[in-house]
Design a protein around this ligand. Structure first.
Ligand code: ASP
Length: 354
């Protein structure tokens, strides 16, 4: 009779994966029973691994609430500002003040570490270098934290969220951006709710230990939306963001209801692959009736146009070579870009312009 007498667990460097190797040998009849009991006991302990033995590698990531932790990155924005009593102007203040104004942070039973941009940035100053910095912070600390919360000004939060979603390839943990319309020290601030719920979402896990939202998202005014689908729509209301063409990923009321079907999860668990190279020759060129090429209407140096309706543009408007694509649809509610539906689209397609 054959039993395994050696079970080895190998960690594959940097991959957080394990192989269970069973080594077989022959045993005498007498020892078979004892070894069988040992084997069954070990099977019980390693049942997760054994259940997944149909593949070569098994990812084990069972985190108990004890090893939950969040990295809170404060980049700047209204959420961390305070009103100067003399001038009435909003000024950035130190992150410790933020904690002082949100004593509820102490109620979380897990570790919350912080990283502060120094000096804090108004989000209108955000640029690819700041995105790279965020990607670097996340990837350097990726294995230490359950999730990441980024406090960010609302003006360009959607751009940062979108950029990060492409720069963090293979992301398998929540990266939640949030901010507020009113500074956190102000009585009616929306910042507290946004911050506390974002932390909750960043640490939310399924019973099997997997994060519920392993995506780059924006949480604002009770809604969690996909980062690269979200647009700022309002500078006055608390409800400042909207996800066009994609459902919200979660709604926060008394309970946080996750829209699990719409949340992206990687089928095959991959290593995080951070990207730092960005093509900055991209601009949105809004095409409108009468736009003049000579007046700098169509600059071939830049890529990306916003065209009419579902992606139409007047054929004579710009020479085909100068309209560099892909062209996006003007209509925010359009679900698909109908590349070949209209004659002019087919013409541009033939010319290689779209
Ligand atoms: N100017 C601020 C910023 O985007 C506005 C805000 O945080 O809402 O940084």
């Amino acid at each position: 009779m054959t039993f395994c007498d050696k079970i080895q667990i190998h960690s594959i460097k940097g991959r957080n994966m394990y192989i269970l190797r069973l080594t077989y040998s022959r045993f005498s009849k007498q020892r078979d029973i004892n070894t069988g009991i040992v084997f069954i006991t070990l099977c019980y302990y390693f049942r997760d691994i054994l259940l997944s033995l149909h593949g070569n590698y098994v990812r084990i990531e069972r985190m108990s609430p004890n090893n939950t932790s969040v990295l809170l990155i404060y980049t700047g924005g209204t959420i961390g500002m305070i009103e100067n009593a003399e001038t009435g102007a909003l000024e950035s203040f130190n992150f410790e003040h933020l904690q002082k104004h949100v004593p509820e942070l102490q109620n979380f039973t897990f570790r919350i570490d912080t990283y502060q941009f120094d000096p804090p940035m108004d989000s209108s100053d955000m640029d690819p270098d700041a995105w790279r910095k965020l990607v670097r912070i996340i990837s350097d600390n990726y294995n230490q934290y359950t999730g990441f919360v980024i406090l960010h000004g609302t003006d360009t939060m959607a751009y940062t969220a979108s950029a990060l979603s492409f720069m963090l390839e293979g992301l398998n943990k929540p990266v939640i951006l949030t901010g507020s319309q009113l500074p956190i020290g102000v009585l009616r601030t929306d910042g507290k709710e946004n911050l506390l719920t974002s932390i909750e979402i960043a640490t939310a896990r399924h019973p099997n230990g997997r994060p519920i939202v392993p995506e780059v998202c924006i949480f604002f005014e009770n809604h969690l939306t996909r980062g690269n689908r979200t647009t700022k729509i309002n500078a006055e209301n608390f409800n400042a963001f909207r996800s066009y063409n994609y459902p919200v990923l979660a709604s926060a009321g008394i309970h946080i209801k996750y829209n699990n079907v719409q949340i992206h999860t990687e089928k095959v668990q991959r290593e995080l692959q951070p990207h730092y190279l960005l093509d900055t020759n991209i601009a949105i060129l809004k095409l409108f009736p009468g736009i003049q090429e000579k007046r700098g209407g169509c600059h071939s140096r830049y890529k990306g146009t916003e065209s009419c309706g579902a992606g139409n543009l007047r054929f004579g408007q710009c020479s085909a070579e100068r309209v560099v694509s892909p062209s996006s649809a003007q209509c925010l509610r359009t679900r698909h870009y109908h590349c070949k539906r209209y004659p002019m689209q087919r013409r541009y397609g033939r010319n290689g312009a779209l």
